[in-house]
Design a protein around this ligand. Structure first.
Ligand SMILES: NC(=O)C1=CN([C@@H]2O[C@H](COP(=O)(O)OP(=O)(O)OC[C@H]3O[C@@H](n4cnc5c(N)ncnc54)[C@H](OP(=O)(O)O)[C@@H]3O)[C@@H](O)[C@H]2O)C=CC1
Ligand SMILES: CC[C@](O)(C(C)=O)C(=O)O
Ligand SMILES: [Mg+2]
Ligand SMILES: [Mg+2]
Length: 491
């Protein structure tokens, strides 16, 4: 079914592409959206990314309209409503694609082959086709007409946050790339840079990378820490608290809003700051739990990265696509039936500090997941900047979606590809953590440490603090966060 482009490349070229990643200074964007001025941008699809990116680009002065498949227009589906209610012109492929200078393909990855095959013959000679994820090019080996420029502008963030951050006057880190096989006029980079400015990404940080590095890091981040770990942690922590007699409404609230609160600390000051929010004994406890979790979960992180690199993951997922999404839909239904999803957050006050104090295990899970994802990606040749965005930086942005409407909202907001990978990880991780969870009590999830004396051994505290600060995700995080000084507070 697929013709994996990455697997056709010689090893040296694979390694070179994986390691392609350069942080662009904001001074490299002096022309703003100029390269898109006077150009007609037509977005295919008006879903999570489509609507957010289109609105940002329009607010940045670009000419944006939407093309949808005929049935979506005839049936006035949600995509049609989202585009028309926001004042955009909407038309069929035949009406709008031939007029477009730049076509943004923002349909689900699963649909890219049929969508691109349908629009490519309608595209103007020399136009540009853009993606926000390189799956179609890298994993399916899609060949694009030689006269067309092919670029990627991939926000490292859910669509809702692409819009929210822009409205807050900021942006989200964005990875840009030009498909080297398709840059006939040498204008790909200028277009990608202007597009990144139009969505606000340049304010948060743009990485100039490759289609390959984006795909192999994006898939890894979303499957493991960003979505898989948060889903697994939510289910395990909730069930444990209820089993230990904690009020279900309290447990539900602690988790639903806890991820957002603890990862907000991560966003501002990395893993170090997140653990610094705990008392000294709680910090040492969280550190020890996370070290234990890392030993248990490391083989799973390695497996996910290996399967992503060699194409096993993509071919498995494509088999599911061909099989009417039987696994995806089954996992989605199963998630909806979990006790955590079905228990509304209780009407109880939980202070910001209490989320940390009573959520020590959640802090440990985030630390373990972020560090493992970062370590695994960089060991596979992904550059630290990119691994940082795909592990630490994006975790709070995904956590925000859980705060809105639990796992349902997270899985509805992320791409179908991320949703599939999230469930895949979750299914493997739950049994892996079964023994570990047997020893967990309410001191680390639900009630917090009940200590009269909060004293700790100096040498141990120094050792833990040093280990936290020495992790390589902290060094790159300090540098990259230095470029995000205007980031706005959420919680
Ligand atoms: N979700 C996210 O936050 C992120 C997504 N991305 C990437 O962005 C791209 C878009 O993903 P996402 O925003 O999640 O997608 P969504 O599922 O949210 O939106 C898909 C849109 O495409 C339309 N669509 C679906 N099937 C077809 C089809 N066969 N032909 C034409 N249109 C179709 C849908 O409208 P209708 O069904 O009404 O026709 C809908 O408007 C993907 O490449 C994804 O990897 C990148 C970063 C983050
Ligand atoms: C976290 C998943 C993601 O990669 C994203 C929002 O960045 C996606 O595909 O949705
Ligand atoms: Mg992503
Ligand atoms: Mg993704």
């Amino acid at each position: 079914m697929s013709n994996n482009y990455f697997n056709t490349l010689p090893l040296r070229e694979q390694l070179e592409q994986l390691a392609k990643c350069r942080f662009m200074d904001i001074s490299e964007f002096p022309d703003g959206v100029e390269a898109l001025k006077g150009k007609k941008i037509v977005v295919i699809g008006c879903g999570a990314q489509g609507l957010a990116q289109g609105m940002n680009l329009r607010d940045s002065g670009c000419d944006v309209s939407y093309t949808l498949r005929a049935a979506a227009i005839e049936e006035k589906r949600q995509s049609w409503k989202s585009a028309t209610e926001n004042g955009f012109v909407v038309g069929t492929y035949e009406e709008l694609i031939p007029t477009a200078d730049v076509v943004l393909n923002l349909t689900p990855d699963k649909q890219h082959t049929p969508v691109v095959n349908a629009v490519m013959p309608l595209m103007k000679e020399g136009a540009c086709l853009s993606y926000s994820h390189g799956f179609n090019i890298v994993e399916e080996g899609m060949k694009i007409r030689e006269d067309l420029t092919v670029i990627m502008v991939a926000p490292k963030c859910p669509g809702s946050e692409v819009r929210n951050e822009y409205v807050r006057g900021f942006g989200v880190p964005t990875l840009i790339a030009v498909h080297e096989d398709n840059d006939p006029k040498g204008e790909g980079l200028a277009l990608a840079k202007a597009y990144a400015v139009g969505t606000g990404g340049h304010k948060a940080g743009v990485l100039m990378s490759s289609f390959i590095a984006e795909v192999k890091s994006d898939l890894m981040g979303e499957q493991t820490i960003l979505c898989g770990m948060l889903q697994t942690g939510s289910l395990l922590c909730f069930d444990k608290m209820v089993e230990e007699g904690i009020d279900a409404g309290y447990a539900s609230k602690l988790i639903q809003f806890g991820w957002e609160t603890v990862t907000e600390a991560l966003k501002y000051g990395g893993v170090t700051n997140m653990l610094d929010r705990l008392s000294n004994p709680a910090k040492i406890k969280a550190y020890d739990l996370s070290e234990e979790l890392k030993v248990i979960m490391r083989p799973l992180y390695n497996k996910h990265q290996d399967d992503i690199i060699d194409g096993t993951f993509s071919s498995t997922m494509m088999t599911d696509w061909a099989n009417d999404d039987v696994n995806l839909l089954g996992w989605r239904a199963e998630t909806a039936e979990t006790a955590f999803e079905k228990t509304p957050a209780g009407d109880v006050e939980i202070s910001e500090q209490e989320y940390f104090d009573n959520g020590i295990l959640m802090v440990a899970m985030v630390k373990a997941g972020v560090e493992l994802a970062f370590e695994t990606m960089t060991a596979a040749g992904i550059i630290a900047d990119s691994a940082y965005y795909e592990s630490l930086h994006e975790t709070p942005l995904i956590a925000n979606t859980i705060a809105r409407k639990k796992l349902y909202e997270m899985n509805a907001t992320i791409s179908d590809t991320a949703e599939y990978g999230c469930y895949l990880y979750n299914h493997a991780c739950l049994p892996l953590l079964a023994d570990f969870m047997k020893d967990i009590k309410t001191d680390v999830i639900g009630k917090g440490l009940d200590l009269e004396d909060t004293g700790v051994d100096n040498a141990r505290l120094i050792e833990v603090n040093a280990a936290l600060r020495a992790h390589p995700v902290e060094a790159i995080g300090t540098t990259l966060r230095g470029h995000m000084a205007d980031m706005k507070k959420i919680v």
